[in-house]
Design a protein around this ligand. Structure first.
Ligand code: SF4
Length: 438
């Protein structure tokens, strides 16, 4: 029996998909890469913003065709789409056989087997749903790199964010479970471990006794000197000095800080439900740069949040230009009826938001180019990821995270992928670097 799975959305979803596939493989299913031959098709969905909802629905409808033209007998939709639209989704997508919410991934084998007692739409209470069981087997997408989910859910209540509704309250995995998983991934050949959660820097504060993300990263980094460790999705409020000092203290923990600030204007932060100020962010970044002089800073910001005035936007732009982030992702505010921010006054026209977005991104492009040019002439360690064309490979440095940041093009006809190499940087573009192997 064959299963085809499509993963949509963020890397946290990717971990869920890999674990669902792990369960299916243990139950005797074979994972295939083409939907035509699949007996069941699983779509692990995202519904974070409107475009993600549309992409999820389009993908389901596209794949549902294989119930007529292929051998598919079961379409299973998992994750954030059913979690957001609840039972309503059953009537909207009658092509689907089972919907499993984000707390029901452990029912994937039952759904695949068409278990009669399983409700068509199963949405267990998230606050009591386990994050990831100990020793869960997973089918990894890549051999040399793995995302490790350290917690699920979020206790913050940002007004533009649906995540707490989709993923429940923050629940950390036990530290030893995560260290054991890291050990097993490293022994299988993984060269980079990326710790993720919704609010990764809040890791462990709900455990008894509480644990700190710094302690977790330190333990994982001690398993092998030859493996990079980094975290993504920090929160400005929960990055404390001990995490920064841990990163400063070990060479195989990437000096990379992903801190989505979202905005800096006092009134917009208040409307967003974020409890810090611009001055606090300046102090935090000063602290990071003083303790970790080679720190690479990444952030994300939202442009066009309801009520954002020209002055608010200029404050954000000034901040971005002042800090000179190594990487920045800007998002245009995405409205939805079920968000608290939907009820705020002062929604901004598309034209104004687009102008602000373009201005911010063109400013960041100049900053990024300037930062990248500083790398020319340096020799950097690169994790070689793939062959692009005949004489070009590509990879990433410790200051580049996968998917979201730039890459390094390496002029070489022969390199080993999934391994580290020293590369001398010879050229720099707005997002990417070019170099020769040393
Ligand atoms: S901290 Fe992040 S995940 Fe949590 S509510 Fe805010 S934006 Fe959403």
């Amino acid at each position: 029996m064959k299963v085809y799975l499509v993963n949509l959305g963020c890397v946290r979803n990717l971990v869920d998909s890999e674990i669902m596939l792990g369960r299916l493989v243990q139950a005797g299913w074979t994972v295939i890469q083409e939907p035509e031959e699949a007996d069941i098709i699983v779509v692990n969905t995202c519904s974070f913003i409107e475009s993600a909802v549309n992409e999820s629905i389009d993908t389901i409808l596209e794949l549902a065709k294989f119930k007529k033209t292929g051998r598919c007998r079961n379409i299973i939709v998992t994750g954030c789409l059913p979690e957001r639209f609840r039972e309503e989704i059953v009537h909207l997508l009658p092509e689907v056989n089972f919907f499993l919410g984000t707390g029901a991934f452990d029912r994937i084998v039952q759904a695949a087997d068409g278990f009669k007692n399983l409700p068509v739409c199963f949405l267990p209470n998230l606050d009591f749903s386990p994050v990831q069981e100990k020793d869960a087997s997973r089918v990894s997408s890549l051999e040399y790199m793995a995302y490790v989910k350290v917690a699920e859910g979020c206790n913050k209540g940002c007004t533009y964010c649906i995540i707490p509704k989709l993923r429940g309250k923050h629940r950390s995995r036990p530290l030893e479970d995560i260290v054991d998983e890291a050990r097993s991934l490293i022994s299988s050949g993984v060269k980079e471990l990326i710790l993720v959660a919704q609010d990764t820097t809040y890791y462990g504060r709900d455990l008894c006794p509480p644990v700190d993300l710094g302690v977790l990263i330190e333990k994982i980094s001690a398993i092998s000197e030859n493996v990079w460790v980094r975290f993504l999705y920090g929160h400005p409020e929960s990055i404390d000095e001990s995490i920064i000092k841990t990163i400063a203290g070990r060479s195989n923990i990437c000096s990379y800080f992903d801190i989505p600030v979202q905005h800096v204007s006092r009134s917009i932060l208040k409307r967003m439900g974020r409890k810090y100020t611009r001055d606090y962010l300046y102090r935090l970044i000063d602290k990071i740069r003083s303790l970790v002089p080679d720190a690479a800073l990444r952030t994300t910001v939202i442009v066009g949040f309801p009520g954002e005035t020209e002055k608010d936007f200029c404050q954000l732009l000034d901040f971005v230009e002042d800090i000179c982030f190594n990487h920045l992702g800007a998002f245009i505010y995405s409205d939805f009826e079920d968000l608290p921010s939907h009820r705020l006054s002062g929604h901004i026209s598309e034209k104004v938001v687009t102008q602000r977005y373009d201005l911010l991104m063109s400013s960041q492009a100049k900053i990024s180019l300037k930062n990248n040019r500083k790398q020319i002439g340096r020799t950097v360690k690169v994790l070689v990821e793939e062959k692009q064309e005949d004489n070009i490979f590509c990879g990433r440095t410790a200051f580049q995270a996968p998917e979201v940041d730039g890459i390094v093009y390496i002029n070489s006809g022969q390199m080993k992928t999934g391994c580290f190499a020293d590369v001398k940087i010879t050229d720099a573009y707005e997002y990417d670097l070019v170099g020769d192997p040393v």
